[in-house]
Design a protein around this ligand. Structure first.
Ligand code: 5GP
Length: 186
């Protein structure tokens, strides 16, 4: 299948741009209320959360710090390898004594978030809460306590709004399901 226009790879839109906009504003307002008087540290888990995190922080009205960590549990395809690699940028990540909010694209088995959470506790965070754009509760293997969640989705592989398939389609402004022939190509 030729993919000159990335919109042509999408079979179905699951969550529209407008729904995303409304929900992210709502979650940003909740965080602003819950952390009033504090200055939480947002830790965005790259790569998948880069779009969600950038929209979310602009919906938060209290001062926040923003850091990034890189975590990957998926290879090129759509199946988890079960192993989680965590890396920080140069200079590491200073979470000591901070109220941390982990910002993630999607919780699937829970392995990534559980590893990231442990990593931040080990770094001396005062509190650690989780904010995820998507949640696939049916797939959970490791229990994780999610404090903020935008959308609950069924057990389908989705792309867009930061989520990729084989490093592509992150730039789609909505969340969608790919046409089956896209997988057959790979
Ligand atoms: P977990 O460790 O919870 O199994 O997986 C979390 C990671 O798996 C996410 O950060 C994301 O990179 C990837 N993942 C899980 N489900 C999906 C999905 O439906 N679409 C995409 N693109 N990535 C997913």
């Amino acid at each position: 299948m030729k993919t000159e226009d990335i919109n042509s790879v999408v079979d179905r839109v699951l969550i529209s741009e407008e729904e995303i906009r409304r929900k992210v504003a709502e979650v940003g307002a909740r965080i602003s209320r819950d952390y009033a008087g504090k200055e939480p540290l947002i830790v965005a888990v790259l790569s998948g959360s880069f779009i969600f995190a950038s929209d979310l922080v602009r919906a938060i009205t209290i001062p926040v710090g923003i850091s990034f960590i890189y975590a990957s549990s998926y290879g090129e395809g759509s199946e988890s390898t079960g192993r989680v690699d965590i890396r920080t940028g140069k200079g590491g990540l200073d979470a000591e004594g901070r109220d941390v909010i982990i910002v993630e694209d999607i919780v699937d088995t829970g392995r990534t978030l559980s590893a990231v959470r442990d990593f931040l506790i080990e770094k001396g965070a005062k509190s650690v809460e989780i904010c995820t754009f998507l949640d696939k509760p049916a797939r959970r293997v490791v229990p994780v306590d999610v404090r903020y969640m935008c959308f609950d989705i069924p057990n389908e592989f989705v792309v867009g709004y930061g989520l990729d398939y084989a490093y592509k389609y992150r730039q789609l402004p909505f969340v969608g399901v790919l046409k089956p022939e896209v997988y057959e190509e790979n």
